[in-house]
Design a protein around this ligand. Structure first.
Ligand SMILES: Cc1cc2nc3c(=O)[nH]c(=O)nc-3n(C[C@H](O)[C@H](O)[C@H](O)COP(=O)(O)OP(=O)(O)OC[C@H]3O[C@@H](n4cnc5c(N)ncnc54)[C@H](O)[C@@H]3O)c2cc1C
Length: 296
């Protein structure tokens, strides 16, 4: 997985932002548009550009953390977990200038009236209740070519494979918008509801398969693995980008490398969330693994 325990600061910096508007895009997704005084200094690299969100605790109106530059992560870690800002990772769906704004599409897991996703979390709950004027902070890039963009197909790639769930849909949309005419992309997207389907503009020759979980009847992440297993894929040199629930991502990668013979270096895979684990749990695991590696 490519999630890092301590996200790099440069060329990232903190921005104070506020909610400009919210829009319920579909049963599972709310789009939140953010504005902020210094957003002209922010520079999204497009594609799957990730950034960090710092949310207030439920009893706070603003997130609490010290912007200590390079040392912010160490400072954040030793703060009281009940008081420090809640840190989560999201994708910049689109950045616009004049006015300076950017959009983030939040999956409302746990806020689903149909009860498909029982576990909520601070970010999902915050997004479900967000109102114009709500304030938070983000750690976001200041140059377009930054380490928060993972989609980087090498030269010699003949075709692209993209797979994801609702959390990866903003990144897939960004990647499809970025691909050049003539590129062939085979895309598998697993969504919770028929109405979560959306138009994904692209100059590429994109063949998109939507897998609706309602219809698939399988727990999240399994249907996309099954679809991949039975798919007829193009010939030539592939580059695969896979994101979504960590267990599903792992199974897809294993299938591509072991059964389809994909070069493992041409498979970019990222667990965007893991069933039963919060983002704090994942960071704690990575931190422990990094500490154990240091002792070896
Ligand atoms: C690089 C990257 C980019 C991402 N971009 C986006 C994005 O643009 N939009 C987006 O919506 N998400 C995105 N995610 C995923 C998002 O960070 C996680 O879903 C995160 O766990 C949500 O935080 P939370 O506070 O709502 O839940 P947490 O407190 O982290 O988790 C609480 C519980 O909810 C479960 N859970 C978490 N997410 C989901 C889910 N989607 N469905 C069902 N159960 C879930 C967990 O397993 C846990 O049991 C991205 C993740 C990464 C690593």
């Amino acid at each position: 997985m490519t999630t890092t325990a301590a996200p790099a600061t440069a060329p990232f910096r903190f921005f104070d932002v506020h909610v400009v508007r919210t829009e319920r895009r579909s049963p599972s997704v709310v789009r939140i548009t953010f504005g902020g005084e210094r957003l002209a200094e922010m520079a999204s690299g497009g594609r799957d550009q990730r950034f960090k969100l710092f949310l207030p605790q439920p009893h706070q109106s603003r997130p609490v953390f010290d912007d200590t530059g390079e040392g912010w992560y160490a400072a954040w870690r030793v703060q009281d977990p009940a008081e420090r800002a809640v840190m989560r990772t999201y994708t910049i769906r689109e950045q616009r200038h004049d006015p300076e704004e950017f959009d983030v599409d939040f999956v409302l897991h746990g806020a689903d009236a149909a009860g498909h996703a029982p576990a909520s979390g601070p970010a999902s709950s915050w997004a479900a209740a967000a109102r114009t004027g709500d304030r938070l902070s983000v750690l976001a890039p200041t140059v377009e070519d930054n380490g928060g963009v993972d989609f980087r197909p090498p030269s010699g790639t003949d075709w692209i494979l993209l797979t994801g769930d609702g959390t990866a849909l903003p990144a897939v949309a960004g990647i499809l918008a970025w691909l050049t005419p003539g590129t062939h992309a085979q895309v598998f997207l697993e969504i919770d509801h028929e109405d979560d389907r959306r138009y994904l503009p692209s100059f590429a020759d994109a063949d998109i398969t939507w897998i609706v979980r309602d219809h698939a009847g399988a727990p999240g992440g399994e249907a996309v693995v099954d679809a991949l297993r039975t798919a007829t894929l193009p010939t030539g040199t592939p580059y695969a980008w896979i994101a979504g629930e960590a267990g599903s991502v792992k199974a897809q990668r294993r299938h591509l490398v072991q059964e389809r013979g994909f070069d493992r270096r041409a498979v970019k895979f990222t667990g965007y969330w893991r069933r039963g684990a919060t983002e704090e749990d994942l960071i704690a695991e990575l931190t422990a693994a990094a500490a154990a590696a240091d002792q070896d």
